[in-house]
Design a protein around this ligand. Sequence first.
Ligand code: NAI
Length: 699
Amino acid sequence: MTADYKVHGDIAVITLNNPPVNGLGYATRVALTDGLSKANDDAAVKAIVITGAGKAFSGGADIKEFGSPKALQEPNLHSVILMVENSSKPVIAAIHTVCMGGGLELSLGCHYRIAAPGCSVALPEVKLGLLPGAGGTQRLPRALGVEPALNMIVSGEPVKSEMLAMLPGQQLFNKMAASSESLLQEALAYASEVADVRPLPLVRNLPCKHPQGDAYFQFARNMVGGMSKNFPAPLKCVDAVEAAAKKKFDDGLLTERDLFINLMWTPESRALRHIFMAQRAASKIPDVPADTPTREIKSIAVIGAGTMGGGISMNFLNAGIAVKMLEMKQDALDRGIATIRKNYEAQVKKGKLKQDKYEQRMSLLSTTLSYDDLKDADMVIEAVFEEIGVKEAVFKELDRVMKPGAILASNTSTLDVNKIASFTQRPQDVVGMHFFSPANVMKLLEVIRGEKTAKDVLATVMALAKKIKKTAVVSGVCDGFIGNRMIEQYGRQGGFLLDEGCTPAQVDKAVEKFGFAMGPFRMGDLAGNDIGWAIRKRRYLEKPDMKYSKTADLLCEKGRYGQKTGAGWYDYVAGKRDAIPNAEVVKMIEDHRASLGITPRKISDEEIVQRLVYSLVNEAAHILEEGIASKASDIDMVYLMGYGFPIWRGGPMNYADEVGLFNVVQAMHRFAKNPLDDAKFWQPAPLLAKLAAEGKTFN
Ligand code: NAI
């Protein structure tokens, strides 16, 4: 049973009871309609209150039913709402805490609504590339007014009930309760008050008009269109609300239905729904049950106060967790603290952080030069130079001083976490926490699971990631982990494209048109070309037969490290981030091409994008096959959260699925025939080849 039924005097109360947010899944809908029938059949009942148990009125659709036929199984939400409207006795929605999506649509079908203050009210469907499909676009404008309703529908953002109650002329809430605690009592009293009022009021009968008519909708289209470039849903929301304002109610409902179904089939909505599920799936580790106990983390030590150490520390300070930073020298600590202060002060200046909050955060930060001061910390995160010898010395010290049970994490981006763990007597407590730069901004955290990492350590780190608002994805140990291992192949393709005839600007433009925040060369300039240079020196020494373009090395030999030196693949003017193409760099590429005896050819944007994106996909398929990632959607999350992959394409794996793996493999076979490319790399990973042959997908 997912709704409770109880009669108080002559009022029936149906309480949705489907934790955590009373999602309106099939069983809940059945229970709700059963309750409505019972109340209507009971001569002793004069009115019906619908409310929600626990921490929500209703959060809307049940995500477990997303996109499945179950969501449409009768009684579907439409039928339920119709049944509420047609009840012969008044139905009163008693709304509190969370009232979203289908939950709000259900309440709009009720004859009356009473709300507690502090309730988050929203129609968030647009965030999944959809629009409210159970009458929300037709009823909310009638209840609230066209403009505020459209704002809510187009943004999907929650608004507090008391704010909505203040809107002039609103009929969304007939009454505000004093509090969530008194809501039910007040709802019962209100139900008695209206029990005999006839005819029963219906939102569908309210007028719906905007005083500016067409001009308003034109204005809305311009605004919304400009802000939602790659997403079709927001403009369709405008269409639906316009239908509410211009058509008869039932015709408007049909328009809403059509628009909803069309959106459901768009790749953008599929991508957004995929991301929604992927985000939730990322925190689940197949062999680490959800009830795995976690260790208590109240204080953190950070080793190294450089670029990463400072950013990492800020995450914890923001979450109210005390941080102690350790460095070798006082001036390094001073510099680290100064950078953290500068970052916070910039936020204060922009009005994003209150002065007292800033001071409160800084008061949680302390520093030391001595390892012995770290003995009480619950966890330590190391962010020192990327050299195994340095890591060894640090981890031996940590092993000596840290209390038993403390978690020992490394922010290494390339080194072997198993080896780092072996420097200690407690490899089960060692884990990788790979933050992305700037660590206080970037949402991605790769959690590197060593061979011996204990399950409760993993569970603790995943929970901690949530606390500091990161999307954590678990990766096994390999060079580059998930993200950087894939980006290496992408970078190699970028190099080959230069050798074969492209300019950096051409490649970047094609990739940016595809939707990446930044093309590979602008990204290199931002991250620092010297970082990749150092990695190549090490890696290609180990793999001398690895084919790659030398252009990036030549660039670094000229000292063009990127934005930090004012010059990289492009030129930069101090204080600005605009990439200005540089003739000397283009000449360098041309000379190198000539020295290889290559005649340049014109390469299409389509080929550029395919080679770059499919290189990610092929490497990812190996990563999946090797078990480095436990699911394809984790790889998508890494690329969406950490590498600027276009959101509306849902990540590289989802994109490949959309293109069709058969087509992806065919393209790889074509690329393998290019003598200037790496034929061996373009052999489709066995997993990819198998899925393509079977007509299957990654996700
Ligand atoms: P950084 O050079 O800015 O900072 C390293 C800091 O560690 C310096 O302040 C240095 O004084 C200190 N340090 C060095 N040896 C030490 C020791 N034995 N004891 C205490 N402090 C010591 O380097 P960055 O960029 O912050 O990198 C740190 C780690 O984070 C590296 O492992 C790197 O691979 C990793 N990483 C870097 C990213 C980046 O974009 N910069 C991204 C993700 C990970």
